[in-house]
Design a protein around this ligand. Structure first.
Ligand code: MLT
Length: 249
């Protein structure tokens, strides 16, 4: 299979996502948080681009049926039920619920990729589950999109993209576009300590500085969750997974 990797969302073009299987990577923190929410029984997540659209949608739904979640500059928004920390999305709060989510980069990358056949929400915590989904579904091609930060490159997303490519290539022959080769090289440089990577990258340092050091630890737990959140028709739900191999080095 051919694997394209877009190292920053500014590279998204219709032809690279339309009718394709797309993996969106936002390690810090949207994709990690979505994986935690879904694994705690959240029924669906509706990603939206703006705060205004999120509050408007919440007010159009039955009172109490949906929670508002998300951040700007990493912090929970006024009037929102939840921020963007994986640990906030506990079963007590999200089980059986709809969450309307807006984040600075992750949900934006999702909405920019809406023409895709399917969008797989990818982070270190559910890495092997996503790789297994891709091989089990016989995907012919894959576009990996790094959500980045403020439309620019973010090291942690590129390393996670490289880890995904490394796993997918173990299951069959792959042709790697230049962006994929670059991501794979970065993964090989950082694979020995993902937590150190998250502590040293720009957004990790920012999050630790505003009190979210624990989030870095949650986001660094490689293969902690066996869940694949999938976006279809603008909604994120959990894909059913069969049995399969787990990550091997
Ligand atoms: C995002 O989507 O921009 C991120 O998840 C930002 C954050 O760390 O909250």
């Amino acid at each position: 299979m051919r694997i394209e990797t877009l190292l920053a969302p500014g590279e998204i073009e219709e032809g690279l996502v339309k009718s394709k299987t797309v993996a969106i990577v936002d390690v810090l923190r949207a994709c990690t948080t979505i994986a935690f929410a879904m694994s705690h029984g959240c029924e669906r997540i509706i990603p939206v681009e703006t705060v205004e659209a999120a509050t408007k949608l919440a007010s159009s739904l039955e009172r109490g049926s949906a929670l508002l979640g998300g951040e700007r500059e990493g912090k929970r928004l006024d009037g929102f039920d939840l921020g963007n920390s994986p640990g906030e999305y506990t079963a007590d709060l999200v089980k059986g619920k709809t969450v309307i989510l807006t984040t600075s980069n992750g949900t934006k990358a999702i909405t920019l990729s809406q023409g895709a056949k399917e969008i797989l929400i990818t982070s270190f915590v559910n890495l092997s589950a996503v790789a297994r989904y891709i091989s089990a579904h016989g995907c012919k091609g894959l576009t990996v999109i790094c959500a980045g930060k403020d439309n620019r490159f973010a090291l942690e997303d590129a390393v996670c993209a490289g880890m995904l490519i490394n796993e997918v290539c173990k299951t069959g022959e792959c042709e790697l576009a230049d962006g994929s080769q670059a991501a794979l090289s970065l993964y090989r440089l950082h694979e020995s300590s993902i937590l150190d990577l998250l502590r040293s990258c720009e957004h990790g340092k920012y999050l630790a500085g505003i009190g979210f050091e624990n989030d870095l630890k949650a986001c660094a737990r490689v293969d902690y969750l066996k869940i694949v959140p999938v976006v279809k028709d603008g909604r994120i739900t959990a894909a059913k997974l069969g049995r399969g191999r787990s990550r091997s080095s």
